[in-house]
Design a protein around this ligand. Structure first.
Ligand code: GLN
Length: 492
């Protein structure tokens, strides 16, 4: 079969179970595509061909023996922020280019238990700090819709592999929008779960109070299959929540769009910098949901102006603490010929980290230093609470909240936005992480340059099933999620 990469996750699972094709065939098919097409996209940092074929053979044996589970033999790509035993885990940094993880992240381990076949590890912004995946060490990943544009970030590789059909689905992480914004830029569906739903164990930390892993795929249905694997309590992550996991696939039609109250925040649609095409596509998608029976309700989210400054204070503060472990001593990059321990620290860190990571370590260290801690960090934490309360108040009156995922479509590679311009592009995603809420991106059309536009739906805590269900039903009534970039149509 030459078109295995066009099948949905459900079709792949069924095809494997019914022996229409083997996992080895499917895996080899993807590996061939990666070899041919990824020279243009630059999405994989590491391709684990040998291991993937061995896993595929094991999957085929399990299927034959009748011991397989739903997804046994389906390939996946992991963001290179998830630790993979025996395989390089770089977090997109020169600092960890030589790091072979001695253990698997829980998300990776759960994938193995479910029988998933790992194709490899994909590119990202260094340590997940950024919005373009223009990686200073591994190079820029390209947007499959237009190779002169970025795929978004930080999970840009995770988005590009799916949009170019170089993996059927992928894992991403979202600290301030890194699943939703690249999903939006690449025309995909991506879910950022409630903080605590997916284990952070073995996920290299950026801002621990906001980091959360989640699925990226073509459709809500595909995401639901991966959520069934990723979600759940993990004793190894103290912030993971002991709460029963939904069956996200079984619940895909579980939420009624009829009568669903969708909040439209007044403040969100008047943001300076909101692109006219993005606004128009998002409004059209809301009209569609209205036709399907939803009720649009205007709401106030008064803290909107505080999102960017609050996030860009708290996230760097946590990052400066988390990244202090990379000192060139036990693992990671070490400078040549250090003269003493201080020289070792200083040069290993200046040579091993890229510019954006260094910028954030500096900002975060400053904000946490004695004398500034109360004025900046403590204050930001208080504002964070107000942002959360703003959402909780809104959810007394609506079921979900709608917004664009990003004010623009994908930037050009090398656009060289200033840090402030770049940070402002995160206006629609950051508050969700500050509040710990779940949110989903769904593709809802294109701008004039044929670049994808995304709708974001934000839910109350633990409403992942509801969000997936709403998007699933939208996708049963529209076909944006079935559109493919030209490069994805290419055969290997
Ligand atoms: N773009 C945001 C940042 O640079 C979000 C990144 C993320 O979610 N990991 O921090």
């Amino acid at each position: 079969m030459t078109d295995l990469h066009r099948l949905s996750i459900r079709e792949l699972a069924e095809g494997l179970a019914q022996a229409q094709f083997s996992s080895r065939e499917l895996t080899a098919h993807y590996l061939k595509r990666i070899e041919k097409i990824d020279t243009q996209v630059n999405s994989y940092i590491t391709v684990t061909a040998e291991q993937a074929l061995a896993q595929a053979d094991a999957a085929d044996a399990a299927i034959k023996a009748g011991t397989a589970s739903t997804l046994t033999g389906v390939p996946i790509a992991h963001k290179d922020i998830f630790c993979t035993q025996g395989i390089k885990t770089s977090a997109g940094s020169k600092m960890l280019d030589n790091f072979i993880s001695p253990y698997d992240a829980t998300v990776v381990a759960k994938g193995k238990t479910a029988g998933l076949v790992t194709l490899g590890k994909v590119n990202m912004d260094e340590f997940a700090m950024g919005s373009t995946s223009e990686n200073p060490f591994y190079g820029a990943t390209k947007n499959p819709w237009n190779l002169e544009h970025v795929p978004g970030g930080s999970s840009g590789g995770s988005a590009a592999v799916v949009a170019a059909d170089l993996a059927p689905f992928s894992t991403g992480t979202d600290t301030g929008g890194s699943i939703r914004q690249p999903a939006s830029f690449c025309g995909l569906t991506g879910l950022k779960p409630t903080y605590g739903r997916v284990s952070r164990f073995g996920m290299i930390a950026y801002a621990s109070s906001m980091d959360q892993g989640g699925p990226m795929a073509r459709s809500a249905e595909d995401c639901a299959y991966l959520m069934n694997v990723m979600a759940g309590h993990d004793a190894k992550d103290s912030t993971s929540i002991e709460k029963e996991v939904d069956d996200y696939v079984a619940n895909l039609n579980g939420t009624s769009v009829k009568g669903l109250r969708i909040g439209i925040p007044k403040q969100y649609f008047n943001v300076a910098g909101l692109d006219a095409d993005v606004k128009a596509r998002v409004e059209e998608s809301l009209k569609k949901l209205e036709e399907m029976g939803a009720i649009l309700v205007e709401i106030d989210l008064n803290m909107t102006e505080a999102y960017v400054p609050t996030y860009y204070l708290i996230a760097p503060a946590e990052a400066s603490s988390n990244l202090s472990r990379f000192d060139g001593v036990r693992y990671g990059y070490r400078c040549e010929n250090p003269t003493d321990i201080l020289d070792l620290y200083k040069r290993s860190r200046s040579e091993g980290f890229g510019a954006e990571v260094q910028r954030r370590i500096l900002i975060g260290t400053y904000a946490l230093s004695a004398g500034y801690y109360d004025a900046y960090y403590v204050k930001a934490q208080k504002v964070r609470r107000l942002i959360q309360q703003d959402f909780l108040k809104a959810f007394e009156n609506v079921d979900v909240i709608a917004a664009p995922s990003a004010p623009t479509t994908a930037y050009k590679i090398g656009a060289n936005l200033s840090p402030t311009e770049m940070y402002l592009g995160d206006i629609y995603t950051l508050a969700v992480n500050l509040a710990g809420l779940p949110a989903i991106n769904a593709p809802v059309g294109f701008d004039q340059a044929q670049l994808p536009v995304g709708l974001q739906l934000i839910g109350n805590y633990w409403s992942e099933s509801q969000l997936l269900s709403i998007v699933h039903q939208y996708q049963q009534n529209t076909d944006w999620h079935t559109k493919r970039a030209a490069i994805a149509e290419e055969n290997a």
